[in-house]
Design a protein around this ligand. Structure first.
Ligand SMILES: [Ca+2]
Ligand SMILES: [Ca+2]
Length: 190
């Protein structure tokens, strides 16, 4: 009698273990499937007229809403006139002599994204993200300033974007003048 009870208990334990194993394998399979669905393209899969969007599909570059992140910048030691930023000489190392940077993205002359000012550093990191609609005819500009309030802010003269379509496809861009380098990322939506 006791051995029958032991056998029944053993069978029940085995059945429970198999059930647990089966349900775990099933949920692992579902996770693996959703991982595949989450990302199905990379930039090199798409044509020159397409972008690999956040949804994982190659879709037309334009018109499209892009998530733009004005990430960070590196200011040179001197401004475009050859002087220090907030003091004449860079030999003056007091923190207030360092630039007070902020960045803007403009579409057709209107500011669509602007960072806060980060005071007294040559390496501001803003990581400011905005959703911006860009069409094939949009004039997209990037600007970086040293805030000199209450005086006019000093433009670091970031040059025009040389190849916007290429930067949108690749998802990153570095934009450089003699006085600043601006780092931006682009992500096509949806
Ligand atoms: Ca300053
Ligand atoms: Ca300043």
């Amino acid at each position: 009698m006791r051995s029958r009870i032991k056998l029944a208990a053993l069978l029940l334990t085995t059945a429970l273990a198999l059930t647990a194993c089966g349900s775990s394998a099933a949920s692992g399979g579902a996770d693996a499937q959703s991982d595949v669905k989450a990302k199905v393209c990379k930039p090199s899969d798409c044509t020159l007229q397409q972008v690999c969007t956040l949804s994982g599909a190659c879709l037309p570059l334009f018109p499209r809403i892009y998530s733009v992140t004005l990430q960070s910048a590196e200011f040179a030691s001197f401004n475009s006139t050859g002087n220090g930023w907030d003091c004449k000489s860079t030999a003056d190392t007091t923190p207030a002599c360092l630039p007070d940077g902020y960045a803007q993205l403009l579409v057709d002359g209107a500011v669509k994204c602007q960072t806060d000012v980060i005071a007294d550093t040559k390496t501001p990191a803003w990581n400011k993200t905005c959703a911006v609609e860009i069409t094939a005819k949009s004039a997209v500009e990037l600007r970086v300033f040293d805030s000199d309030a209450p005086n006019p802010d000093e433009d670091t003269e970031v040059p025009p974007i040389a190849d916007l379509a290429s930067d949108l496809r690749n998802g990153v861009g570095k934009y450089q003048s003699s006085s600043v380098t601006l780092n931006v990322t682009w992500q096509g939506l949806p």
